[in-house]
Each structure stands twice: as structure tokens, then as C-alpha cells.
Ligand binder design. Sequence first.
Ligand SMILES: Nc1nc2c(ncn2[C@@H]2O[C@H](COP(=O)(O)OP(=O)(O)OP(=O)(O)O)[C@@H](O)[C@H]2O)c(=O)[nH]1
Ligand SMILES: [Mg+2]
Length: 471
Amino acid sequence: MILNDIVDGIGRRVEGAGQTISGVFEPTVRLGVTGLSRAGKTIFITSLVANLMNRSRMSQLRAASSGGIQAAYLHPQPDDTVPRFDFENHLEALTDPDPIWPSSTRSISQLRLSLRVQPTGLLGGLSGPRTVHLDIVDYPGEWLLDLGLLDKSYAEWSRASLARADTRTQAADYMAALGGTDPAAKLEETTARTLATLYTAYLREISAAGLSDCTPGRFLLPGDLEGSPVLTFAPMALEDRAPRASLYREFERRYEAYKAKVVKPFFRDHFARIDRQIVLVDALGAIHSGPQAVEDMRAAMADILAAFRPGQNTWLGQIFMGRRVEKILFAATKADHLHHAQHARLTAIMRALLREARDRAEFAGAATSAMSLASVRATVEQSVDHDGTALDMVRGRLLSSGQDAAFYAGALPEDPSQILGPARDGAERWLDADYAAMDFAPARLSQGGAEGLPHIRLDRAAEFLIGDRLR
Ligand SMILES: Nc1nc2c(ncn2[C@@H]2O[C@H](COP(=O)(O)OP(=O)(O)OP(=O)(O)O)[C@@H](O)[C@H]2O)c(=O)[nH]1
Ligand SMILES: [Mg+2]
């Protein structure tokens, strides 16, 4: 392991040097898009790139409104071995006469957008235009959860996972199978496979129920690792030391192999060199799923963000090698489900939801901000008279029926603790409030989206994240 870490370090140092040399001429901004499954990463990337190419809706991005950005075009990406982000197809899905959302991401991809920028400001006129590359990676949200495993041993992970599984009906089959298995017995591959299959089925069920804690993430989206030993293990408890060649020992070994061979390379290659980061949170979705989903999301985000802690002995901290993410934006997504009168409340809830995570992560040195946004706006606002009071609603095309409908998501509380309190106390449902979520289809765009994709605050997000690099 030590050797492995050293080799990792050398690789990165050489790579880092190359970056600086080419970086003098063509600066690169690596934007990290962090978010659990369904948080809105793919839509955010698609809309950001589309709106940087067609900047008519980007007035709050100063380099766009001032005319500083002269051109934006897609460029071959830097990593030859990573598939390209399917920007064109995703955009086509959103701008079709019958628009649909692009499907959930099943593996990693990358995109480079190059911007030709004429520096403005006092000395701007003295230099000619320069090119800034924006590199973005998309990946399935499930994989992100694995970041929380890096600092956990097999015993620690097993203990935490089993404690949660114990309270959930979806885990009944796995817990029953585990009860009938002796972890100290000699490894039988069929037993290993049965346990892994049942554990995966449990992860699938809790993921469908809106819970976030679904590790190991690749069990849900294995890709070409399907059936391999690194994905054939599950959590187990054992009081005494496990004998050699036992099921427990082998599971422990496979868990470590999973971390070293699957999790680490992914984060080393795609997270270590991030300059700017956006953390996307579907807080509304979690609130709709109920207090347990909120608490579960809070815990999962705390685990993930803790891994970004600089200066500590965390593996990711080491591969950053003293580099800091310079700016981090925490964004509540899908804000178009709410009338803008409630956006400040949504932002406050998201901030509170991530507070502990942010404190623990000590993003010292990084500029942080929080906002509510919609990468692709699917609704318009509407006030409806309801027994003499005006209800602020949103109107859109329902995903289920295609019908146009006005929708009221419920009033979010001004005080975020009214959400976080019951969530932390393990409440089964919200007591005095009813939060509804509605799935809207993307809006039909006039002229096939020639005016760019509609959004809410995407331009502000872009200004915060990369605005300074485009001046
Ligand atoms: N109304 C609205 N819905 C959105 C928006 N962004 C995302 N969604 C919805 O959220 C779903 C998930 O968004 P994605 O961008 O695919 O989420 P993701 O983070 O890439 O998810 P994975 O690929 O599963 O990790 C979409 O299919 C939409 O239904 C938005 O700005 N407005
Ligand atoms: Mg995606």
C-alpha cells in the first residue's frame, strides 16, 4: 500500500509539472461536479455548456454580458481513455419538439469546452484574446458515495452498514441469510455470491426509496466489473479474529481491493486536480421523500465532504498535495419546482443540511457560496387564488401525462430546523406539513431552443465558479 501511494504521488507530480508548463499558454479550469444520484449533475453540465456556447441567457456572467467571451467551442478532451460526454445527444433530448430528460448516467465521461476570451479591464486591451479550457467530468452519483469508504476499514464499514440494515425491512432477506452464515467458516464462493447478490438487491431497494446510503456504489452500477471478486462481498460482523481463508477474511480482502483498485483510481484521476467545485443537492427531492431521506442525505453528504478535508491524513487530502479547491458552490437544484418567493428558504435548508459537513470539511481557504438554481427551467410561475389568498405556484408539463398543470409544493419553513430536527430525531413523516413533489417534463422551447436553454441562476453560478478566470 505504501509503495502504491508513492507511485501515485510520483505520477501526479510529473503530471502536475506538465500541467503548469502548458497552463502558462492555455489555462485550464477543472470544474468538479459533485452530487448524489439524481442530484442533477448531467443536466447541469449540459445546460452550463449549452448556455456558455449560446450566451443570450447569461447576463449575470460578466464575461458574457461584456462581450469578453468571443467564442466557445467543444475541443477534444485531454484524457484519451475516458469516453466523451454525450453533450449533443443530451442537448437534443432537451430541445426536441417533445423534450425529455437525458437518462441516468451509467459510467464516466468527460468534456472540454474552450472559450476564446478577450481580457477586459485596465490592461485588457494590451493583450490579444486567449483561450481558457473548461474541463468537466460526469459520472454516476452512486460512485461518489464510495469516497466515504476510503477512511473506513472493513470492520468499521460493516458495523455501520449492518446497524442501518438492521432497522430496515428492505434488508430482511440479507440479514436472514447473514444469520445463517458463519463468517469464520471457510470461504465458499457460492455463499459469497449469494450474500453479495442479496446485499445488492437491498441497496437497489433503498436507493429506489430515495435513501442515499448505498455503498459500495459500484454494486448498483458495476459496468464491466460485474461478477468480479471486487464486487463480490458484503458486510459481516465478527467478534473474534477471523481465521485464514475464512469468508470474513476474504470479504475483508475484497473490500480493500475494491477501495484500492476501483475507488482510488477514480478519485485520483478525476477529483485530485479540481480547481472549482459545485456540490449539487436535491434537497427538495429528499424533503418530499420524508425525514429519513433528509437525514440519510445529510449523513451521506457529511461523509463525502469529509473526504475533501485538506491537511488531514485522508487519502484524498494527500493526493491534493497541498492544493486547495479555490471555490466551492453549494447549490440546491430543481428550484423551478418552487415559486421564487421560496428560494431563499430552500437555500437556507440546503445550507443547514450541509452545515456539519462543511464545518468538518474545513474548506479553509476556499471561497464558498450557496444558492438555489434550476439548470433547466421546466416551469413558469403562477399565482392562484385559493379561498381568498393568493397561492404562489408553478406551472409545467407533467412528466407522467404530458398535461399542463399548476402545482404547489407546500410552504417550506423559514427555520430550517423544522426540517432538520424531525429528520435527526428519526421521525417517520413530517407532522404539520405536507410536501409534494411533481415531476415535470422539460418545457417545450420556442424555435427549438435557439435562445438558449432557460434556467434559474445558472449564470450567477457560472460567475461565481469561473467568472474570474474569464476576465
Ligand atoms: N425541473 C427540473 N428538473 C431537473 C433539473 N435538473 C434535474 N432535474 C430532474 O432530475 C433528474 C436527474 O437529473 P440528472 O442531471 O440526470 O441527475 P444526475 O445527478 O446526473 O444523476 P445520476 O446520473 O443518476 O448520478 C432529471 O431527469 C430531471 O427529472 C432542473 O433544473 N429542473
Ligand atoms: Mg447523470
